[in-house]
Structure formats: C-alpha cells, structure tokens
Design a protein around this ligand. Structure first.
Ligand code: AMP
Length: 419
C-alpha cells in the first residue's frame, strides 16, 4: 500500500481541530494588533532563502527541498516563512504603507530533517512580522503578541528566553575572535564545525556534538555579549525594560544563537517544559537589513514563528482539549419511502443553524435510534405516515427518552429553545 512520504502526516480529526483552533486564535490575537494576513506561495526561487536565510545556515546547507523545474529554474519548497514574506513585501511596494507594516501568515514549511516526535519534514507554522521601525517597543510588542497567543490557548508551562545577537559588525568582531581562540583546537572539532570555523564560527556555539562542546569548554570562549556595541546593548536593555513594564517574565540567555543568519539584535525563543527533545515552541527576533539581502532597500524588521505541530503537543501535554466540531443536534429518520425527501428538505431548512443528519432510506425506529446514538445525536426526529398526515414531526430526546410530537413549523423554534 502507498503511504504518506516519510516525515509528512495526514491531518484529520482531533489534530485538525487543534490546528484550526490555533490558527483562528492567532488570527484574532494578531488582527487585534493591526496585523494583516498574507499567504505567499510554498514554492519560491532558491535565492530567496540562500540570500535571506543565509548560505551558511543549516537550513540552506542541509535541509532545503530544492529542485530544478522543467523550465530550468531552481526552486525550493519554503523552509520558513520570513524570507518569502519579505520578498512579497518588496515586490508589492509595502514599504510605503504606514510603518510598522504588520503581517502574519500560517501554512506548511518543509525541511529535510530526521523525523521524530515534534519534528517533521512538512510542518506548520504561524508567524508574525513587523517591518519598518527599529524602536525597541516594536520588539517588545512582538514578544507580547506571541505570549498573548500562548495565553489565549490556555498554555502555562513555558518560558521565554531572551538574548541579543548584536549587530552584524559585533558578530564580525566576535567571529574574528572565535577563529582566533578556536584555531588551536581545530583538529578536535567535529567535521561540520571545522567547516564552520572558516565560514561562520558563531554556529559552532549552537553545535550539539560532544566534541565541539568539549572544545568550547576547554577554550573558555567568551560570550558574544562581551562584544556588543553600545547601541546594541542599549536596544537590548530597552526591550527588557519594556517587557518588565508589561509584567512579562523572561530568562536572559547569552547563548541564544538563532539558526538563521538574518537575525540582528533581539533574539528570543519560547520553550515548553513538557515537550522533551524538541522543546522549542517558537522563536524569532529582529532581522534589520533582510530586505537589503533580498535586493531591496535596507529596512528594519522583527518577527517570530511558532510551530503549530508543537503547540498541539503542548496543548495535549497540558490536558487542554481542542474545541471539536459542533455536536449533532438532530438525526432525522424517515419511516417510509415517501418521508426520505421530506427528511432531506427538513435537514436543509434547519442547517446551518443546527447540525442535522439523516438516514437516506427508511428504517425501523429501534434501528434508527442505534444509528443516531453511534453519531452522538441529542435528538431523533421520526417522519412517518401519521406525521405526514398531521404535518408534524415526532422528536425523541436520547438523554431522557422523552418524546413529543410538534408541528413542523414549530421545530426550528423548539430546537432553538433547547440549545
Ligand atoms: P525556526 O524557524 O527554526 O525558528 O522554527 C520556529 C518553530 O517552528 C520551532 O520552534 C518549532 O516549533 C517549529 N519547527 C521548526 N522546525 C520544525 C520541524 N521540522 N518540525 C516541526 N516543527 C518545527
């Protein structure tokens, strides 16, 4: 039998109820802050990510689903949302909109990672971007909105980690320092990190390889924060003060290096305490200058993305149920052939106010009640010869067993009163 591609899943039932709820909640939270939804294509030209996410990032180096199409174009199934949103921002001249331009998106992302619980090759994100202002208040608001989303879903067991990756010049100075102090340990580093030492030593700090961890320990590497410019430091303190004023608790994390090259200054992550190995629910930061990498003017921006799949795992772990589909109000049961058309017409009339299903062929009452119970109906409506003659319907409550006969015109109001 043909199965879904490794690392991809079919979403249905409970999982999809969760996903829908998360996306609806995000829409409500983000639209209240003035964000506009944007849907960009899943397919993008490879340079959107090579330039935007960064050629040395793990995503571009190892995880992109890239291919050449029939027209010889190099295309990619998007591995993340920000670069594509910024490509669209430039393409549609949104820089003339009042700043900050707030956009949000949701949809599937694709990364060729080793699948495990909470890590898939097709996964879903909800993301937010605010473009055009470099004020610390825009960073603080972005973080607050992410927290608003978590709170609106009822999640409690998470923490925010906050750091700064400085400005590009700070990182260049730090990279030069790292090259110098790590050079003597080159042979002891993992193969990946030996390559990183040349291209982007900062990434070595992110490595989970025990060999690299040992080298970092031995070399006594100083933190990036020792290399921050005054401007970057002032910005970071201002974001912290604003968050404190909002009553938002966070943990400072000097080791926070986000996986993408485009971050500048503020970086943050939300971790959930019950997610095990894949604990990051979401993250983001400031990405001033990303627009310039994509060929536009250099504009400041800040944003985040949360993983919908991991939010679902977190909600399950905290025992928070998804609001499901509305329960079945009424199951209509034609007792003879002539009543099938009546049942169909009545069902149409009562929807969409009520959830109504019907049997498509006459059934005996006992059998029909069993069918109604299987579907979780509250009520069964019988339509037989007697009801037809009197213009009525007999309705039985499945919880109490109580039965009443009422005029068909009165049914809508009667159901309404019962809701
Ligand atoms: P990133 O774009 O890497 O910062 O990821 C943001 C969030 O997306 C993460 O915190 C995860 O919740 C989610 N995410 C990233 N990669 C995956 C994946 N392979 N499978 C499921 N969720 C993911």
């Amino acid at each position: 039998m043909i199965k879904a591609v490794r690392g991809t899943r079919d979403l249905y039932g409970e999982t999809l109820f969760y996903k829908r709820w998360i996306e609806d909640t995000a829409r409500r939270v983000l639209e209240a802050a003035g964000a506009l939804e944007i849907e960009t294509p899943i397919l993008e030209e490879a340079p959107v990510f090579e330039r935007g996410v960064g050629a040395t990032s793990d995503i571009v180096q190892k995880e992109m689903y890239a291919f050449t199409d029939r027209g010889g174009r190099r295309l990619v199934l998007r591995p993340e949302g920000t670069a594509g949103v910024m490509r669209a921002f430039l393409e549609h001249g949104m820089k003339v909109w009042p700043a900050p331009v707030k956009l949000y998106y949701r949809g599937p992302m694709f990364r060729a990672e080793r699948p495990q619980k909470g890590r898939y090759r097709q996964f879903y994100q909800v993301g937010y971007e605010a473009v055009g202002l470099s004020e610390p208040a825009v960073d603080a608001e972005a973080i607050a909105l992410l927290i608003d989303l978590l709170r609106a879903l009822g999640l409690k067991d998470w923490t925010i980690k906050l750091g700064t990756v400085g400005d590009p010049e700070d990182r260049a100075r730090y990279n030069a320092y790292l090259r110098e102090v790590l050079e003597p340990y080159k042979e002891a580093l993992s193969e990946d990190s030996r390559a990183r030492l040349v291209r982007n030593p900062l990434r070595i700090l992110d490595s989970k390889d025990p060999k690299d961890r040992e080298v970092l320990e031995k070399a006594g590497v100083r933190p990036l924060w020792d290399f921050l410019s005054d401007e970057a430091r002032v910005h970071f303190r201002a974001v912290e003060d604003l968050l404190k004023a909002l009553g938002i608790a966070f943990e400072e994390d000097p080791t926070l290096v986000r996986g993408l090259d485009y971050y500048a200054r503020t970086a943050f992550e939300v971790h959930h305490h019950r997610l095990g190995a894949q604990a990051a629910l979401g993250g983001g930061g400031r990405y001033d200058g990303l627009t310039a990498l994509l060929g536009g003017p250099s504009l400041p921006g800040v944003g985040w993305a949360v993983g919908t799949d991991r939010l679902i795992l977190a909600l399950e772990a905290e025992g928070i149920p998804a609001p499901g589909a509305p329960a079945l109000d009424l199951y209509l049961l034609p007792l003879d052939e002539a009543a099938v058309a009546e049942a169909l017409a009545l069902a149409e009339q009562l929807r969409p106010r009520f959830r109504v299903e019907l049997a498509y062929q006459p059934k005996r009452p006992g059998k029909g009640i069993k069918e109604a119970e299987k579907r979780g109906a509250r009520l069964v409506g019988f339509l037989g010869e007697g009801e037809r003659a009197r213009g009525t319907i007999s309705v039985k409550r499945l919880d109490t067993g109580e039965q009443t006969e009422l005029p068909r015109e009165a049914l809508f109001g009667w159901l309404e009163a019962l809701k």
